[in-house]
Design a protein around this ligand. Structure first.
Ligand code: CP
Ligand code: NVA
Length: 348
């Protein structure tokens, strides 16, 4: 793969979901993220690919990592960023997605958008006429994927043949993205969830099309034993995503799927070949308002923590903070590939 020409093939494009790009392009973004990380480590700064570009950061849902990555990463690349929070603009309340997109397109060179419906992302891209980067929708979380597979490549040295078991809400944005993106890249993604929380047939079919080409072996199962066997990565996410509120149902359905040490052992994976990942934020103890409220309210939760126990979260397996750090390098790669001056490109 010629990294520079793969990156050039993405110029001017929006990044709304993984399937809009080829597996080679996705891999190029991962490698470019690793390159930018090395450049920063070696030189203390990175090439200003986005010199003087203006970028809107539009958030209809809250964020810590994604916002910081676009703001600080934008800064590193020489761009100006402006943040719009979920409550204090006209967006959605007094102004439609289409009208906002047209205004943003006049005001800025690129738009990060965290929202609800995937269709709104498409509308934003269509009417703004500038690259739009999906910072999370109900259906997909594509910028997270570049950081996640970058973290996996750094930990294992390669992607093909790695097995990732996602255990929990198997039809949320992160699970959908992992299943499809992993299948593009030759990673065997196992979605381990109760029947009621399996990915839609459409998402499974899409993953299977990619898997046929890449050689990946995706699996969707409600059996923990079958799903986590031989996993190199046990991955989980919150049981109730932003925009949802069905805590009791989810706790009842997913408590058996909590990631704990017994589950890590069930993988049977040898020492040094197994890690834990989480896109974060995580409920693993009582030190959050929501986590504590849930622990007080739902007697089913015998110990603090929901999707993962504190023991696993703080164990030698945990790579979740490394993964969080990679959000910035990977988001810089996405912005620079689609909007940056690639004449400046140099490999590190
Ligand atoms: N993983 C992730 O998207 O984190 P934030 O919600 O903090 O942006
Ligand atoms: N599934 C989670 C991911 C948070 C980064 C949510 O949508 O809230």
């Amino acid at each position: 793969m010629n990294l520079k020409s793969e990156l050039e093939s993405m110029q001017g494009r929006s990044f709304l979901k993984e399937a809009d790009f080829t597996p080679e392009q996705i891999e190029a973004l991962i490698d470019f993220g690793i390159n930018l990380k090395h450049e920063k480590q070696e030189k203390g700064k990175v090439t200003p690919y986005l010199h003087d570009k203006d970028i809107v950061l539009l958030f209809q849902k809250t964020s810590t990592r994604t916002r910081l990555s676009f703001e600080l990463g934008g800064d590193d690349l020489g761009a100006n960023t402006a943040y719009i929070d979920p409550t204090s603009s006209q967006f959605g309340k007094k102004e439609s997605v289409e009208d906002s997109a047209r205004a943003f397109g006049e005001l800025a060179d690129g738009i990060e958008y965290r929202g609800f419906e995937q269709a709104d992302m498409e509308t934003m891209a269509k009417y703004s006429g500038v690259p739009v980067w999906n910072g999370l929708s109900n259906e997909w979380h594509p910028t997270q994927m570049i950081a996640d597979f970058m973290t996996i490549k750094e930990n294992f040295g390669h992607l093909k043949g790695i097995t990732l078991a996602f255990v929990g809400d198997g039809r949320n944005n992160v699970a959908n993205s992992l299943l499809v993106c992993g299948s593009m890249l030759g990673v065997n993604v196992h979605i381990v969830a109760p029947d009621s929380l399996h990915p839609t047939q459409e998402v499974q079919d899409l993953a299977n099309v990619y898997a046929k080409k890449s050689g990946a072996k995706p699996m969707v199962t409600s059996s923990i034993d079958e799903g986590v066997k031989n996993a190199n990565i046990v991955y989980t996410d919150v049981w109730v995503s932003m925009g949802e509120n069905n805590w009791e149902d989810r706790i009842n359905a997913l408590l058996p799927y909590q990631v704990n040490m017994e589950m890590m052992k069930k993988t049977g994976t040898p020492e040094g070949q197994l890690i834990f990942m989480h896109c974060l934020p995580a409920f693993h103890d009582k030190n959050t308002i929501k986590g504590n409220e849930a622990f007080e309210k739902y007697a089913q939760l015998k110990t603090p923590g929901m999707e993962v126990t504190d023991e696993v979260f703080r164990s030698k397996f945990g790579r979740q903070f490394e993964e969080a750090g990679n959000r910035k390098h990977s988001i810089m790669a996405i912005m620079a590939a689609t909007l940056g001056d690639l004449n400046l490109f140099k490999e590190y």
